[in-house]
Design a protein around this ligand. Structure first.
Ligand code: FAE
Length: 528
């Protein structure tokens, strides 16, 4: 592994424009390839380009998370969030907002480019990671491969046999996917919360399944034994993990930098993309400081442009480019096909004898799998609620097969995008989650928790998603390999390719699809 380096120290140069682009501003940094973002799709693109010997610049709007704060830690915990927690906020906005209806979860913080963002649209907000590694810095590490039958339903034009024999295994190996030791799982206090939910699922006649992870379970067992610094067992997750997690900065991106061909610029947000008369791409990016102020506006040029800003980031860039006429030939389907992966969060109240444990690992390892139920397909991850005290809450993130989709549109007033998602569309996910959990409650004589999502007795948190998917759907806005329709040498490699739903946690699918795109593009599109 190599250490990540921040910036333009790896041979990236500032050059004048060639004559063909003389109309452009006169100081443009150029590279053969530029990758926007540094999450899963972007990291795969960067590594494979670097390995192919193509000099590549990655532009990421968040920080490089490698400097410890005054407490000696890079990231803060969920129980004691500080400025490092959230992207330019004065108060944290955790998904689970209250306990016993009390506003005891969120904290006032100072504005700073923290690692977790919550992007608000009408009726829906989207949690995303900010920093080198994107969502891998903040997510729950669950590394799930979708059912082949559902993958085929969602991607009818993709060769599923090749995906399941080549690209999914490649993605899992590169991401460092591992499984919890079942014997340890059965005996440790840290997964008592999962075992209780498993029992309640079994009482309902439902099956549960172990969920693979990119959190190092060997490390977690050492945490439990007291021989390693606690991270998953120390309440760290949505604001980053200081140890144990194989986030992209430790896997794909470290290897990408190791090729010597990849440079990462941080704290730069790409805001515009256009095409020069010679067919190269021109990007405008704002460099910001720790207060969020724009300190420089930069121009970049490249031959190959890979968009990996995530479902929201990439959709925003392309919808804006089409609306403002900088990439007018983009397909009408750009911005469409967006969904929440059917996400709904909810809690159940257990009986006094069904304790979930004061000590809980932050890394989920089990799900209730009722996806095969054609009348109401749901996969519900058994989520932790680590509070350091017994609270008798079973928490879940349900992934429902919600067919509702929405589109992004350009807002000329703000220069941003709007998302046309309605509350009624969320209600479809809630209806499906409720059907499943009503059964579980009936079989166990339990009830829902009313106190976890604010003061209004809300049972189902249906106004946010962890799994934004779509906006530049494979085979619609792009060809079958992520090449954007209407423009050559412009690619999408991230979650915006997935048509709104994949039935499980999405990052393995996003990674595998990006591997498939890169394998094809490097052979067909970069030949001299
Ligand atoms: P993503 O990882 O979001 O990366 C996009 C990157 O691009 C970010 O670093 C942005 O800062 C950057 N960016 C965006 N716009 C620009 C711009 N204009 N200029 C420069 N940079 C830009 O994209 N998934 C799972 O499979 N398992 C889990 O356990 C899981 N848990 C989650 C828990 C939380 C709290 C959250 C928020 C997400 C979770 N997810 C999980 C979802 C997963 O992290 C997400 O699907 C992927 O990170 C999406 O990967 P992308 O490559 O699409």
């Amino acid at each position: 592994m190599v250490a990540l380096q921040t910036a333009a120290t790896l041979g990236f140069t500032r050059v004048g424009l060639e004559s063909a682009r003389a109309a452009e501003p006169d100081a443009v940094e150029t590279a053969p390839a530029i990758v926007v973002g540094s999450g899963y799709g972007a990291a795969v693109a960067a590594l494979r380009l670097g390995q192919a010997g193509i000099r590549t610049l990655v532009i990421e709007m968040g920080r490089l998370w490698n400097n410890p704060g005054p407490d000696g830690k890079i990231f803060c915990s969920t129980t004691a969030p500080d400025q490092r927690s959230m992207w330019f906020r004065t108060r944290t906005e955790a998904p689970l907002a209250s306990f016993l209806w009390l506003d005891v979860v969120n904290r006032d913080i100072s504005r700073y480019p923290g690692v977790l963002d919550r992007v608000h649209f009408d009726n829906m907000s989207v949690f995303v990671g900010r920093g080198v590694g994107g969502g891998s810095l903040v997510n729950g590490s669950m590394a799930v491969t979708p059912l082949q039958s559902y993958f085929t339903e969602q991607f009818p034009t993709v060769d599923a046999t090749e995906m399941y024999s080549t690209y999914f295994p490649r993605a899992r190996a590169m991401l460092g996917v591992n499984n919890v030791d079942p014997a340890w799982f059965e005996s440790t206090e840290w997964y008592q919360f999962s075992r209780v939910s498993r029992k309640h699922a079994a009482n309902t006649g439902l099956k549960t399944t172990f969920v693979p992870s990119v959190y190092d379970f060997g490390y977690m067992q050492r945490e439990a034994a007291g021989t390693a610094t606690k991270s998953a067992l120390g309440g760290e997750v949505i604001y980053g993990n200081n140890h144990g997690k194989r986030s992209l900065d430790k896997t794909y991106l470290a290897q990408a930098l190791g090729t010597g061909n990849v440079t990462i610029h941080t704290m730069e947000k790409v805001r515009a993309i256009s095409r020069a008369s010679d067919g190269t791409y021109v990007l405008t990016a704002d460099r910001i400081d720790d207060t969020g102020a724009v300190v420089e506006t930069k121009q970049y040029g490249c031959t190959y442009l890979f968009l990996g800003g995530g479902s929201v980031g990439t959709s925003e860039l392309l919808v804006r480019a089409r609306a403002t006429g900088t990439l007018p030939r983009l397909d009408a389907s750009v911005g469409a096909g967006w969904g929440t992966n059917g996400n709904v969060m909810l809690g159940r109240a257990n009986h006094l004898w069904d304790t979930v444990g004061a000590n809980q690992s932050t890394m989920p390892v089990m799900g209730i799998d009722d996806w095969a139920n054609a009348a109401n397909p749901v996969f519900a991850e058994i989520a932790p609620l680590p509070a350091g005290l017994e609270h008798w809450v079973s928490l879940y993130l349900a992934i429902t097969k919600n067919p509702q989709r929405a589109s992004f549109s350009y807002d000329s007033g703000t220069g941003g995008v709007r998302l046309g998602w309605s509350a009624a569309q969320s209600a479809v996910s809630v209806g499906m989650a409720k059907k499943l959990f009503d059964r579980i409650n009936a079989a166990n004589s339990t009830i829902y928790r009313y106190d976890l999502f604010g003061s209004s007795n809300k049972i189902f948190a249906d106004d946010f998603t962890y799994h934004p998917l779509g906006g530049c759907v494979l085979g619609k806005a792009t060809d079958n390999y992520g090449r954007v329709k209407g423009y050559s040498k412009l690619y999408v490699t991230d979650g915006s390719l997935v048509p709104g739903s994949i039935g499980v946690n999405p990052f393995v699918t996003i990674t595998a699809l990006a591997e498939r795109t890169m394998a094809r593009v490097l052979v067909e599109d970069t030949a001299p």
